[in-house]
Design a protein around this ligand. Structure first.
Ligand code: NI
Length: 179
């Protein structure tokens, strides 16, 4: 069990397409997922993708009960999702401010599909199938983007909707920024 440094925007491997996982229920995969969980917990994030700790494999983990980083959002069940596939269930996209552990201190307003179906496997190789909307759907889309080498700033429509948390927090959340 170990926490890993989170790679930051500008690291070339964050822009690569990650590879499918082919072996399940093995110690290498269990160790990697444990490292992801520990790192996510230490960083206080709501989701993380394996390439963010330097492993270009198609693995994401996400979920939270409550998060000071996203004070207005409802809980999302904690999930390990491997080789995920997303299908949009609406054409409609909604915009919301996102952050990313690889882009610390910044937020940007990003359009995402409002409702999706997603599937994938857990670490045992068992199938996961869900329909998700709102913030849950957004998290899955954000994390899956990491597996295709896309960071959220690439999806911002207007660059005026990209800024430092310390500047935009009160505008976005209506509460003073506490760092
Ligand atoms: Ni991210």
């Amino acid at each position: 069990m170990a926490t890993m440094p989170v790679l930051k925007m500008g690291t070339l491997s964050l822009s690569e397409r990650s590879q499918e996982v082919t072996e399940f229920a093995c110690s290498a995969l269990y160790d990697l997922i444990l490292n992801l969980k520990e790192t996510l917990k230490k960083e206080g994030g709501v989701g993380i993708a394996a390439p963010q700790i330097g492993v270009n494999q198609r693995i994401i983990i996400f979920g939270f009960d409550s998060s000071p980083r996203y004070p207005n959002e409802k809980p999302v069940p904690f999930t390990v999702l491997i080789n995920p596939v997303i299908t949009a269930l609406t054409e409609e996209k909604t915009e919301l401010w996102e952050g990313c552990l690889s882009v610390p201190g910044l937020r940007g307003k990003v359009p995402r599909y409002q409702k999706i179906h997603y599937s994938g496997l857990n670490e045992e190789g068992e199938k996961i199938e869900r329909t998700a909307d709102n913030f849950h759907a957004r998290m899955v889309q954000h994390e899956c983007d990491h597996l295709d080498g896309i960071l959220y700033p690439e999806r911002i429509v207007h660059m005026r909707d990209f800024g430092f948390e310390s500047v935009i927090w009160e505008r976005v959340y209506g509460t003073p920024y506490k760092g």
